[in-house]
Design a protein around this ligand. Structure first.
Ligand SMILES: [Zn+2]
Length: 213
């Protein structure tokens, strides 16, 4: 129970610091949320959007999954967690911006690139394999031409962000709002070792470092 104990220590600090000094803000938040951006990020513990964008509760609506992927619009009977979150944030909360954030050394991307869980049973990597199969095509192409090292991983991380942006635009409620100028769609990549964010310039199809001064 050591790990759980550590989490409770954090909770006690939250109560003593963040909650006590911001009680009014929490009362306001209880009435409803009006986040200014949706961030689609990886589950990875090192790439936390609230930390990287220095946001407070109520400011960003975060969807996290393995390798920050947005599947295409599919109106079938599947359990579409990303689609449900997107639909709620875009059509009900009317959030005006969506940011897809990839990151360096992504384990999901590495699994897709190396095929390490190919043929694995559920519980032994099979779930990760099935989820990452969304980018199997480009993963195989990159692995064949560039290998499976850090440069190839970075390529696939960036490609997955581009694919997620394309898939976002396959949702009719996203596409119509973007075309009407009511929704901005952005892609970025976070380098853990440098603490540097790279923003995708879609016109030039290039990731450029965000300046910090
Ligand atoms: Zn990741």
């Amino acid at each position: 129970m050591q790990g759980f104990g550590n989490l409770l220590e954090g909770y006690r600090r939250f109560r003593a610091n963040c909650y006590e000094t911001e009680k009014g803000r929490w009362k306001e938040l209880a009435e409803g949320q009006a986040p200014r951006a949706i961030v689609i990020a990886c589950c990875d513990s090192r790439a936390d959007p609230a930390t990287i964008f220095d946001t407070d509760p109520g400011e960003i609506f975060v969807v996290r999954n393995v390798a920050n992927l947005v599947p295409p619009f599919e109106a079938n009977g599947g359990r579409h967690g990303v689609s449900a979150a997107l639909e709620f944030a875009v059509t009900q909360l009317k959030v005006p911006e969506i940011m897809v954030m990839g990151h360096e050394r992504c384990g999901g991307i590495e699994a897709a690139l190396t095929g390490c869980f190919h043929g694995a049973a559920a519980g032994e990597g099979g779930f990760v394999h099935r989820w990452m199969a969304q980018i199997d095509g480009p993963a195989t192409e990159i692995a064949e031409t560039h290998g499976t090292g850090p440069d190839a991983a970075r390529m696939l991380e960036e490609l997955a962000i581009r694919q997620s942006l394309a898939n976002l635009r396959s949702f009719p409620f996203v596409q119509s709002r973007e075309q009407a100028g009511n929704l901005a769609i952005l892609g970025c990549h976070f380098s853990i070792s440098e603490g540097q964010l790279y923003l995708l310039d879609e016109a030039e199809d290039a990731f450029r470092p965000v300046t910090t001064d």
